[in-house]
Design a protein around this ligand. Sequence first.
Ligand SMILES: Nc1nc2c(c(=O)[nH]1)N[C@H]1C(S)=C(S)[C@@H](COP(=O)(O)OP(=O)(O)OC[C@H]3O[C@@H](n4cnc5c(=O)[nH]c(N)nc54)[C@H](O)[C@@H]3O)O[C@H]1N2
Ligand SMILES: Nc1nc2c(c(=O)[nH]1)N[C@H]1C(S)=C(S)[C@@H](COP(=O)(O)OP(=O)(O)OC[C@H]3O[C@@H](n4cnc5c(=O)[nH]c(N)nc54)[C@H](O)[C@@H]3O)O[C@H]1N2
Ligand code: SF4
Ligand SMILES: [Mo]
Length: 702
Amino acid sequence: MNAPLRQRSACPHDCPSTCALEVEVADGKIGRIRGASGNAYTAGVICAKVARYAERAHHPDRLMTPLMRTGPKGGTDFRPIGWEEALDRIAEAFLAAEAKAGAEAVWPYHYAGTMGLVQRDGIHRLRHAKGYSRQYDTICTNGAWTGYIAGTGRLAGPDPREMREADCLVIWGTNAVATQVNVMTHAAHARKTRGAKIVVVDVYANDTTKQADLALILRPGTDAALACAVMHVAFRDGYADRAYMARYADDPAGLEAHLATRTPEWAAAITGLSVEEIEAFAKIVGTTARTFFRLGYGFTRQRNGVVAMHAAASIATVLGVWQREGGGAFHNNGAIYTLDKTMIEGTDVVDRATRRLDQSQIGRILTGDAEALQGGPEVAAMLVQNTNPMVVAPEQESVRRGFAREDLFLAVHEQVMTETARMADIVLPATMFTEHDDIYKGGGHQYILLGPKLVDAPGECRENDYVQKEIARRVGAEHPGFHMTPREHIKWMLDASGYDSAALERDGWIDCQPSFEEAHYVNGFAHADGRFHFRPNWTATPAPNNGPMGPYTEMPVFPDHWDVIDRASEDRPFRLVTAPARSFLNTTFNETPGSQKREGAPAVLVHPEDAAPMGIADGVLVRLSNGRGAVLVTAKLFDGVGRGTLVCEGLYPNEAFVDGKGINTLTGADAMAPYGGAAFHDNSVRLERAGADALAMVAETA
Ligand SMILES: Nc1nc2c(c(=O)[nH]1)N[C@H]1C(S)=C(S)[C@@H](COP(=O)(O)OP(=O)(O)OC[C@H]3O[C@@H](n4cnc5c(=O)[nH]c(N)nc54)[C@H](O)[C@@H]3O)O[C@H]1N2
Ligand SMILES: Nc1nc2c(c(=O)[nH]1)N[C@H]1C(S)=C(S)[C@@H](COP(=O)(O)OP(=O)(O)OC[C@H]3O[C@@H](n4cnc5c(=O)[nH]c(N)nc54)[C@H](O)[C@@H]3O)O[C@H]1N2
Ligand code: SF4
Ligand SMILES: [Mo]
């Protein structure tokens, strides 16, 4: 074997860190992967699951040839077919669906299995060129982005590398150790070099709270109450920067008056925190000039999550910390790149009158819900790339029924045989990131990165771009973008957007960090009036929108506890959070031995004092249920969850559960106000010991 070469790449996965990588390559195969030390955000550190990527790339169960289903949907009976036949069959089904009910009967469905702009977003070109149904992306970012933009006017903030220069870092609603490890690299640096304090706000003790000087474990969906109390104390105790607000905020006097009754006592009753904890938090952030709020997604996956994000970001404005290096509130840098995606996405041929179906409501859509279908035809044919909705989408009972429809034609392009692929009529084998060319941009940092093809694809695996183009050719979709290679797409986009494509080839990344003044809103916030909005015009937020939707007319005027969460009740006394697992990335890595070993079997964390009166011991099988369905899972007693809170980490395969029903059986697809989004961590449930029938089922499978 030849000595491995270290090649530059970028992590393709759906993670705010978008790490710059060095990949060992020898004899046409990838080996160990490391973080690029020359990249100032990655700083040589990556997560364990990607470090051992070779496990995934060389997995014996990787899909290697196109397959056609020969047995019932959801089963394991498939036979290999050639690419030509597979693509012909897909095109035939798409043309038939179009002939029968119009192009909107075809719904290309995708998400972020790869975040590469060419391989992920090229599916839009096919969609727009044909007038197929559009997709409204609601499964992940909507709530968080809308809440942040409502305040600042723009999805961008202080240079995330400034976390190193902070004296207090507030990690709010993100389990960064698990979901974006690089935040912790910079936090640890600030602690070591400056003695920075780390505060973590979450609903249970996890690997990130372990790193905290102050860990605030609150009730799910109550973050805005905490934020209000912190701002109340800031006004009360003189931490509020009135001069800053006079220059940079819309209505500080109105906010102060509104907060008069939002005392720590008031917030303690809502959040379950003690008054002392709230006072201590307010004092730390109020007396530390360089306080950096790193706001995550987790706390926005609540029905009031948009309001919570806006409330948390508002603290930075009340304190005036935006002005300083190492200060401000950061969530995501999506707005800094302004890339021209005309050729990749075919944005020049999009017809905005074409319906835009809500990604999270795929269950309702596939089961014929008229409202979800927006009055249009039934979905009759789909191409799925980069996503595993049979596990990740809410309201699984209807998702399963929808995918089981005999009259639905489904093509799934995948790297492994997911539960979604098993529902397909045609399965196509996909390349992994080291096997194709692509370009990436960081959400949690400020780089554009190149991920070049490093090795040949195994078997007959082909890239997304190929599938998009070959279907396009067969269904008569026209666009110049179909005649460009991925490399040509990358160059065209960079040239059209004013970036130096040669520099990207040479250096592997481009640092796109805006100036300090712009990133810290020194010349004003991004709203027309140049001010941070404490009282947002919720339905004018420049977020991508289908809306407004959800109970948006009832949104509070100022930051407040908005009680629209799925409240605990006598019938459903527990609040279930479906937090991420450290060694899976959504369902990606479900199949790799290293991740399987670390995560074991699904379990629900229950506070011992909640469990005891119900006779629930550690390791017993319990039943979680609500109006949407029921899940059987093992209880794990843990005093790091609050009373009344349950946490089920991870997106395990459904089949990892005793009766094959995964955690998203319990989550809802109703749209969060004002622009939609799925509230994955916002579920009231009933908890009980599993009945005799369930235990018999376990005995049978044992
Ligand atoms: N290892 C790993 N990494 C991942 C992922 C993964 O599944 N596994 N997923 C990737 C994806 S797609 C995304 S979008 C990001 C998301 O990454 P994050 O921004 O970290 O968001 P979440 O993973 O949804 O949840 C983070 C934390 O929010 C907490 N939380 C839930 N409800 C509340 C609440 O009401 N208040 C507060 N304060 N906290 C709450 C959860 O307990 C959890 O610890 O991570 C990415 N990275
Ligand atoms: N209960 C609960 N559910 C959740 C969440 C939660 O916190 N709790 N989080 C939600 C969030 S934030 C998100 S973003 C969604 C994510 O949900 P998904 O986007 O469905 O994420 P994955 O499950 O990782 O599935 C991605 C799939 O893409 C495939 N893939 C990767 N690269 C390529 C490629 O180049 N080509 C092709 N064709 N396929 C590829 C992978 O093999 C994998 O099966 O899940 C959501 N679901
Ligand atoms: S931390 Fe995130 S971006 Fe970095 S290697 Fe792991 S999954 Fe990829
Ligand atoms: Mo996500």
